[in-house]
Design a protein around this ligand. Structure first.
Ligand SMILES: [Zn+2]
Length: 439
C-alpha cells in the first residue's frame, strides 16, 4: 500500500451516502483499495494522519475557462454583452504563452480549493492541455469552435480550419495518460455558430466517442433572439441538428422551458449550473430541481474567473443550495448532500468518468480531498455534509490528491511551477494585454 489516510471522517458519496467516522482509507497504484474502521494489515509506505480532518471525493468543476484568469476582476460591473466586447478586445491580444501562464495559475487555484477535475471550454488547447498534463489533475478540454451565422454557405467540415484543429488536438491529447485528459467537441454557444458546424462536430464527436460542451440559454435575450430568427428554442434547434446525439454538457440552462428540459432530459444531457457566476453577471439561475425532475444530470461549475471572480467550488455548492431554497421559499428544498452530489457524482457522470471518480469507493481512482475541520468556523460539527456545504471554504482544503498523487499539500504545489507562471503573467501577459503601444 502506498498511502494510508488514518483516523479520518470519510464522506464517501457512495450510493448510501455513508459517512464513516474514525475511518482508514488506503491507496495503492493510484486506486482506493481500503475503506474501513480498522487499518489494513499491510503496512503503508506513507501514513497521513487525518485526525480532525474530513476526507471527501475531489470536486469536479464542469464548466470553466481556465486561461481567462488573466482577465480576472477586469470588467466586473459590466453587462454580458459589454463584458464580452471588452473580453474579445483583450482576447485578440492573447497568445498561447499568456494562456499557459493563466491556465497554470487557474489550475493551482483549482487544486488549492479541492477541485480534481475540470471541464474547460476555450481556445489554446495545447497550452491548457500541457498545464493539465503537468499538474496531474484531470480535465475534459473542449476547443470552442465558432462560425458565425451568416457563413453557412462556405462551411465544409473536412476543410474547415477549426475542425482540422480539433482533429489534430484529439489525435494529440484525447486519452492522454490513460484518460486523465479527454478532448470534447465544443461551440461557444448557439449564437456564435451555425447548423453546418453543429452537424459536422456532432458527427465527428459520435465517431470518436467525444462529449460536446457549450453554453446554453444563459440569458433571456439569447433565447428570444433564437426564437425570433428560427421559430425554435435553442435546444430544439440544436436537437434538430444532431447535437444531442452525443453526451452534451450545457453550461447555464438558466432560461430553459419545460419542453427544452424534457428534450435534454430524454437525451440524458448534463446541465452545468453556475449559480455564483449567474448572480454576479446579473443572469437568472437555472432551476436545478426542474432540470432533475425532467431527467437531466445536473452538475456544478464556477464558469471562468471573469464571470465568477474565483474557482472555489465550495462557494458554488453553497450558492446552488441557497438558490434553490430562496426560489422555493423552503430551507429543505435542496439538502447539503444533494449539493455535494452535484459537485462529485454528477460531475463525474457529466465528464463520462462515473466509473473512475466522484465517490470514495474501493476500485475507484484516489481523487481525494482532505479538509481541515479544526478552524473556528467549522466548530462544532453536528452534521458533516451540512458543514462542508454551508461552513467550509476552499481555503480549508489541506491536501488535494489525484490518482494517489499529492498535487496540493499545505500551501505547496509539487507538480506546478507557480513562480514562473506568476512571473510570466506579470512581466509578459499584463503588459501585452493592457499596455497601449507607444505612439
Ligand atoms: Zn462560461
Amino acid at each position: 500500500m502506498d498511502t494510508l489516510i488514518s483516523n479520518v471522517t470519510v464522506v464517501t458519496m457512495n450510493e448510501r451516502m455513508d459517512v464513516l467516522f474514525g475511518g482508514h482509507v488506503g491507496v495503492k497504484d493510484g486506486k482506493i483499495v481500503h475503506i474501513a474502521k480498522v487499518p489494513p494489515k499491510e503496512a503503508p509506505a506513507e501514513i497521513i494522519d487525518g485526525t480532525g480532518m474530513v476526507l471527501m471525493p475531489g470536486l469536479i468543476n464542469c464548466h470553466t475557462h481556465l486561461a481567462t484568469s488573466a482577465l480576472r476582476s477586469y470588467c466586473d460591473e459590466l453587462g454580458i454583452s459589454q463584458a464580452l466586447e471588452l473580453q474579445l478586445q483583450k482576447e485578440a491580444k492573447m497568445d498561447s504563452r499568456i494562456a499557459k501562464a493563466a491556465a497554470t495559475i487557474a489550475a493551482a487555484e483549482c487544486l488549492r480549493f479541492g477541485t480534481t477535475s475540470v471541464s474547460d471550454l476555450y481556445y489554446y488547447p495545447d497550452a491548457t492541455a500541457e498545464v493539465i498534463a503537468e499538474s496531474g489533475m484531470k480535465a475534459n478540454l473542449a476547443l470552442s469552435s465558432y462560425r458565425f451565422i451568416d457563413a453557412v454557405e462556405e462551411f465544409d467540415f473536412a476543410k474547415d480550419e477549426q475542425c482540422a484543429e480539433l482533429r489534430r488536438v484529439v489525435g494529440k491529447w484525447h486519452g492522454h495518460d490513460n484518460g486523465r485528459i479527454k478532448i470534447d467537441a465544443g461551440i461557444w454557444a448557439e449564437y456564435t455558430s451555425n447548423h453546418k458546424l453543429w452537424e459536422g462536430l456532432a458527427a465527428y464527436a459520435g465517431e470518436q466517442g467525444l462529449g460536446f460542451q457549450l453554453h446554453l440559454s444563459q440569458t433571456k435575450d439569447e433565447a428570444e433572439s433564437c426564437e425570433d430568427r428560427t421559430g425554435l428554442s435553442q435546444t430544439e434547434l440544436l436537437s434538430c441538428h444532431n447535437v444531442l446525439t452525443v453526451p452534451v454538457t450545457a453550461a447555464g440552462c438558466n432560461t430553459l422551458s419545460e419542453m427544452d428540459r424534457k428534450i435534454l432530459g430524454k437525451r440524458r444531457a448534463s446541465a452545468v449550473v453556475t449559480p455564483l457566476a449567474d448572480a454576479k453577471q446579473g443572469r437568472p439561475c437555472a432551476s436545478i430541481t426542474d432540470c432533475v425532475k425532467d431527467g437531466m444530470n445536473v452538475a456544478l461549475g464556477t464558469d471562468g474567473c471573469i464571470e465568477a471572480g474565483n474557482l472555489d467550488m465550495f462557494e458554488v455548492m453553497r450558492a446552488a443550495a441557497m438558490s434553490v431554497r430562496a426560489a422555493k421559499n423552503d430551507p429543505a428544498a435542496l439538502p447539503a448532500g444533494a449539493a455535494l452530489m452535484m459537485a462529485t457524482v454528477c460531475g463525474a457522470r457529466a465528464q463520462g468518468r462515473a466509473d473512475e471518480c466522484g465517490m470514495i469507493k474501493e476500485g475507484m481512482d484516489a481523487d481525494l480531498v482532505l479538509v481541515d475541520f479544526s478552524a473556528p468556523h467549522l466548530m462544532p460539527c453536528h452534521n458533516v455534509p451540512n458543514a462542508l456545504v454551508f461552513s467550509a471554504k476552499g481555503g480549508d482544503v489541506a491536501m488535494t490528491m489525484v490518482r494517489g498523487r499529492k498535487l496540493y499539500v499545505n500551501g505547496q504545489f509539487p507538480t506546478l511551477d507557480l513562480g514562473t507562471a506568476v512571473r510570466e503573467l506579470m512581466e509578459y501577459a499584463m503588459p501585452k494585454l493592457f499596455e497601449e503601444p507607444a505612439k
